[in-house]
Design a protein around this ligand. Structure first.
Ligand SMILES: [Zn+2]
Length: 328
């Protein structure tokens, strides 16, 4: 009887919590506040499985990325004005309107910098290599004998729909319905999700993640939670998120067009970017040399002026001292 009461109270409490959270998310999505993206991607209140990973740095990065607090999204899509420690960049609400500076820098290819593009289609060689690495890691994990015992036949991770579904479910949407995922990302950057393949990937991942999450919440643990296959899959995806984030940030530092955001909407697009990049040639270097020469002349003149003042002051003091001595 007691357990039945507790179960009923828990069910009613969870239902009430879901209604409150859903109302809050709807308000955030309509207001366009800082939590808008987070609210759009979190249809319900539940503890995301990736929060149970041992790598706290990866968990922190994923959570901040989901809430637009790190990376390009933080600079581009914050609704409020740029803070004192942030650059004042034009806000771009839709990532599909944001150009990929890596594709442009590598092969002068115009692409939209959506999440699907960065994770699946970016043509920069380093991004292609990172993508191949996570495909190989997931394929190797899927061949584990333990995975064959608890999960359905593994999907083909060479398929973009499969890889995208696993990436998104591991770091963002959790066990949310795949149709929600389809509605959120269909057509973004020209990528259309294959629903049948996505469903297969979601079922495979759910079969792995549920024993892992159950082991975390169970007081009787036959083995540590990180030894479960689900934990290894989530850890591999979290590592991929870290890898892509660091790689993109490091590569973009060497892209002149990115520093000036020359490809952004309203700045002229590729033609202007090409012109600005082209100006970085001989004329640009001559201008920099002349500027450096002028700065050197100003600094040397200032030092000479200061030394002259000090020397004149010293001579004046010495003459006063000698004069005073003779006066005595
Ligand atoms: Zn790209």
């Amino acid at each position: 009887m007691q357990q039945a009461c507790f179960a009923a109270l828990r069910r009613r409490g969870n239902a009430r919590r879901q209604r409150v959270v859903q109302t809050f998310h709807e308000e955030q999505a309509q207001d366009g506040g800082a939590l808008r993206r987070f609210a759009q991607w979190s249809p319900a209140s539940f503890r995301q499985p990736y929060l149970n990973l041992d790598d706290v740095h990866a968990v922190q990065l994923i959570t901040r990325l989901r809430m637009d607090l790190r990376g390009e999204d933080a600079e581009r899509r914050r609704p409020h004005a740029a803070a004192h420690n942030m650059r004042a960049l034009d806000r771009i609400d839709d990532p599909a309107h944001r150009p990929c500076y890596l594709c442009w820098h590598h092969g002068h290819v115009w692409a939209r910098e959506t999440g699907a593009h960065v994770s699946l289609h970016c043509s920069h060689p380093a991004m292609v290599a990172a993508r191949a690495l996570i495909r190989a890691e997931l394929t190797m994990l899927a061949q584990d004998p333990e995975v064959f015992q608890v999960a359905p036949p593994p999907p083909d991770f060479r398929d973009d729909s499969v890889l995208w579904t696993v990436l998104m479910l591991c770091v963002s949407l959790g066990p949310a319905p795949v149709l929600h995922l389809v509605a959120a990302h269909e057509g973004a950057g020209g990528f259309v999700l294959d629903v049948a393949r996505a469903r297969g990937a979601a079922a495979w991942l759910r079969a792995l993640s549920e024993p892992w999450v159950a082991a975390i919440h169970s007081p009787r643990r036959p083995r540590p939670p990180h030894a479960y296959a689900g934990a290894r899959v989530f850890a591999a995806v979290a590592g991929q998120v870290q890898r892509l984030w660091r790689l993109r940030r490091r590569l973009l530092r060497a892209v002149p067009a990115y520093r000036s955001r020359a490809l952004d909407p309203g700045r002229g697009g590729p033609a202007v970017a090409r012109a600005r990049v082209g100006n970085k040639g001989f004329t640009h270097r001559v201008m920099k040399a002349m500027f450096f020469f002028l700065i050197c002349i100003v600094v040397i003149s200032f030092i000479a002026f200061v030394l002259n003042v000090l020397f004149d002051g010293w001579r004046f003091l010495m003459s006063q001292s000698i004069g005073g001595f003779y006066d005595c």
